[in-house]
Design a protein around this ligand. Structure first.
Ligand code: ASP
Length: 358
């Protein structure tokens, strides 16, 4: 039997951090209305009890409840707390690996955040950080949470010879890099990674593993975790038929530091936005162009030449690009404070240019 301790322990263990989500959700009428439920109702200790019998006896698990929220309400403060907890756990020699139970609505933001702030540390310290969750609440018939949690624990404790340390995610028997998460379906059980390059957990796909190593080789240094009060203010705006200049001008009167534009097609936006966006750039507001299509790349200077102050997102979705821009703005600010003349574009490019896994 594995033992589940609630207090931090000095003996080797897998740390399970609870953030909430559907995996910890409860439906009022699970048999007839399983999708009518509330996220974040069951504690992480309770989730572990559900799977305890199937956890290999030699594995010791320690759980810590960081939050228990519906991840549509994820806040920057929670990201700071999670990032600080992951960093501390990576530095703790007793922690062999880290599993995070999380809501799927914004799991891609958290995946991007952890890759950019803890990815190098996880790789060099040889530990896996594994995000998981569920699409069905914990009391629904056929709930997917227990299997996902077991898969994540298994991946967090798989020998390193099979695959390096890093930031991963496990759903429906598959593993992907957490930076590639993208929820692409409202209800499918594999929604968070259905369009992400992934491998079965049990039989690692060699070409996927090759891609993971290429990404890790290209990621040379983690960005700082913004602490409370340091997060830049960045919003996402979607271009569409009939877009209005006022959508942009509204923001010019606020304390916004950056805007992510979810453009049409290759990341272009409505002509009505041109003049106000030029105004935004002249005020130092950082712009990133992404595509609202949900797939494919957004490349620099396509369809039109980008001005200084506006960058293409590469493969980043709008949600991931927003986190990347916030981290880049903060990293540039911290660098400038110690006399390094680096820009947000320098840091954003490091994230957007990471190799694509096929
Ligand atoms: N609304 C839920 C959440 O993100 C959805 C889920 O976990 O699947 O917390």
């Amino acid at each position: 039997m594995s033992s589940i301790d609630l207090k931090a322990t000095q003996s080797p263990h897998i740390l399970v951090l609870g953030m909430g989500g559907t995996i910890a959700g409860l439906a009022g009428e699970p048999d007839s209305k399983p999708l009518q439920y509330q996220s974040g109702q069951v504690g992480v200790e309770g989730l572990l009890k559900q799977v305890q019998a199937a956890v290999p006896g030699e594995l010791k698990l320690v759980s810590v409840q960081l939050a228990n929220v519906d991840s549509r309400n994820l806040s920057e403060l929670l990201l700071t707390q999670l990032g600080n907890a992951v960093k501390a756990a990576l530095d703790n020699v007793a922690v062999q690996g880290i599993v995070i139970t999380h809501g799927t609505d914004t799991i891609e933001e958290t995946g991007m955040f952890l890759q950019a702030t803890c990815g190098k540390a996880a790789e060099t310290l040889g530990k896996r950080v594994v995000l998981t969750g569920a699409m069905l609440p914990s009391n629904a018939p056929g709930a997917d949470g227990p299997n996902n949690l077991l898969g994540a624990i298994r991946w967090a404790s798989t020998p390193l010879e099979n695959c390096p340390g890093g930031i991963y995610s496990v759903f429906a028997g598959k593993v992907c890099m957490a930076k590639d998460l993208a929820k692409r379906h409202s209800t499918a059980l594999n929604a968070p990674l259905m369009d992400s390059p992934a491998s079965p957990i049990g039989l690692i796909n060699p070409s996927w593993l090759f891609g993971v190593k290429a990404v890790e080789a290209a990621w040379s240094e983690d960005l700082p975790i913004p602490q409370e009060g340091e997060w830049p203010c960045v919003d996402i705006l979607t271009s569409h038929a009939g877009a209005r200049a006022e959508t942009i001008t509204h923001y010019l009167g606020t304390k916004v530091d950056g805007l992510v534009l979810a453009g049409s097609g290759m990341g272009g936006f409505h002509d009505a936005w041109k003049a106000p966006l030029e105004d935004a750039m002249s005020r130092g507001i950082a712009l990133v162009r992404t595509s609202r299509t949900g797939a494919g790349l957004v490349l620099a200077d396509i369809p039109e030449k980008d001005q200084f102050g506006c960058m293409a997102s590469g493969s980043l979705s709008a949600a991931r690009a927003r986190i990347a821009l916030q981290l880049a703005l903060n990293a540039a600010k911290q660098a400038n404070l110690v006399g390094k003349p680096l820009t947000w574009q320098d840091f954003f490019a490091r994230i957007a240019d990471l190799p694509e896994i096929r």
